[in-house]
Design a binder for this molecule. Structure first.
Ligand code: CMX
Length: 440
């Protein structure tokens, strides 16, 4: 299998680099930690290691060193498509090189081989109460798949540490292959009462399969969006909740299914994956209030009313980024090329023009620019996927690509169990008192 062979070939050199860092340079200081960071969610503490992606505050995400425009141009595309094959992105995340079209198609073929979901998973999903949140169903289905984990099985057989990454890769391919099928089943069952098993067709790629399994009218258009969406949402370095959860749980040698189910549970939180639905909600509220796209002045006033009401403007601001999120820009470009006259797209574009000014005038947000969520719901809405609570499931399919690539490499490089040290409040207060006595 191509991903296996490529990783195997790279491993000795990577292992030497990590060994040299941990054995010869372990005492080199990289960062210091303040009381504010300990009390404030460990913000910005440099303490995680990944080569899969990096977020530059002044530029945005780079996947294996490539910016989003570079990657959208360089990754191979299926015939007649404008958006790259998701299999090519997975290859890039796993291997660190842009694949040829054939190599990307090999990953796509692996997915097609592994997409079948066991019957008991469907049965379990069907037995859940109707009002169950789609993210709960999604996470449960992933957990149910754990039964067949190659990693768990081989670990209990006594596999050697050097080999952990191999069944981790097997599980990662199985998992990522099945997610679109499970998500499509949940969508059809929950919103349309349909319980037929979706069929993954090996003639089509990942994006096209998802579009065909989901209930959308413009399957070709939606397939393009699905490719873009999954690529853009795949990874955002390691400190965000979903990526870090996967890494943390995986560090206990829980297999990829156990780890990804936990990761999804973090993604389901309102401060993480749920923001895109809130942003679309805000746009629809504006649209409703003004009976269409408002004038610039009307929007300016509405944005101020939101802030004066003590609320945030969803889709704007970021914990790390300090410029417009390139994932936002890529999606806005996609929409403006394909359906520029759509009301919500025009509105999202106008919000991009007005809201940063308002946030700058208010002077609180460190970054007044849009993040990925400022537009992603709008695109789904255009294609008829209008069930807001499903949007995080879509995010989850994309996110699996990045976090499983990280999982495989964490096992390949023998990363240890995570165990940061905690302090008590009194200890922090003592540290503050001691610092006050120390002459500057
Ligand atoms: N609207 C209004 N106020 C905002 C704001 C926004 N969009 N973004 C930041 N602020 C405010 C914060 O609430 C904070 O106010 P207080 O000092 O009163 O608490 C102040 O500006 C400083 O915040 P910050 O340091 O710039 O931002 P944080 O790192 O604390 O938070 C984020 C980042 C994304 C949670 C925040 O910008 C926000 O709430 N945005 C709106 C929700 C959103 O779009 N979430 C999606 C995030 C996408 C992602 O993480 O990928």
């Amino acid at each position: 299998m191509i991903l296996h062979d490529k990783i195997e070939a790279q491993l000795p050199a990577w292992r030497d680099r990590i060994k040299s860092l941990s054995k010869e340079h372990a005492e080199v200081v990289v960062d210091h930690v303040t009381v504010g960071q300990i009390v404030g969610g460990m913000r910005d503490i440099k303490s995680l290691l990944t080569d899969v992606s990096f977020v530059d505050p002044a530029e945005g995400i780079r996947f294996r060193g490539m910016s989003i425009p570079e990657l959208l141009k360089a990754l191979p595309k299926g015939r007649g498509n404008k958006m790259p094959l998701v299999g090519g992105l997975y290859y890039l995340l796993m291997i660190g090189e842009v694949p040829s079209r054939d190599q990307a198609m090999e990953v796509e073929a692996e997915w097609a081989k592994r997409a079948a979901v066991p019957d008991y998973v469907y049965k379990m999903l069907k037995s859940m109460p109707k009002e169950t949140h789609p993210m709960t169903l999604f996470s449960q289905a992933v957990l149910a798949l754990q039964n067949n984990s190659a990693f768990a099985h081989m670990y209990h057989e006594g596999m050697k540490k050097d080999h952990y990454w191999e069944p981790a890769l097997e599980d990662s391919l199985d998992l990522t292959a099945k997610l679109p099928v499970i998500a499509a089943f949940i969508y059809r069952m929950k919103y349309f009462g349909e319980t037929k098993k979706p069929k993954y067709n090996p003639k089509f790629d990942y994006g096209a399969n998802f579009a065909r399994m989901l209930k959308v009218d413009d399957k070709k258009g939606y397939a393009e969006l699905a490719r873009l969406y999954f690529i853009l949402h795949s990874d955002h370095e390691s400190g965000n909740v979903s990526a870090h959860t996967m890494h943390l749980v995986g560090s206990a040698l829980s297999d990829p299914f156990l780890s990804f189910s936990a990761s999804l549970n973090g993604l389901a939180g309102p401060l993480h994956g749920l923001a895109n639905q809130e942003c679309l909600g805000w746009l629809l509220e504006v649209h409703k209030q003004f009976g269409g796209v408002p004038t610039r002045d009307e929007l300016y006033k509405f944005a101020w009313e939101t802030l004066n009401g003590g609320k945030v403007i969803p889709g704007y601001g970021h914990a790390v980024l300090r410029v417009p999120d390139p994932r936002f820009t890529a999606q806005l470009d996609f929409a403006k090329k394909r359906f520029p006259d759509d009301d919500l797209v025009r509105l999202a574009d106008m919000v991009f023009d007005v809201v940063p000014t308002v946030l700058k005038e208010q002077g609180k947000a460190k970054n007044p620019a849009p993040n990925v969520d400022a537009i992603s719901g709008t695109l789904q809405y255009y294609y008829g996927v209008r069930e807001f609570d499903f949007y995080t499931v879509l995010f989850g399919i994309g996110r699996a690509l990045g976090v499983t690539a990280n999982y495989v490499w964490a096992r390949a490089l023998g990363m240890p169990i995570e165990r940061p040290k905690s302090l008590t409040t009194k200890m922090l207060e003592d540290a503050v008192a001691k610092a006050a006595q120390t002459p500057a």
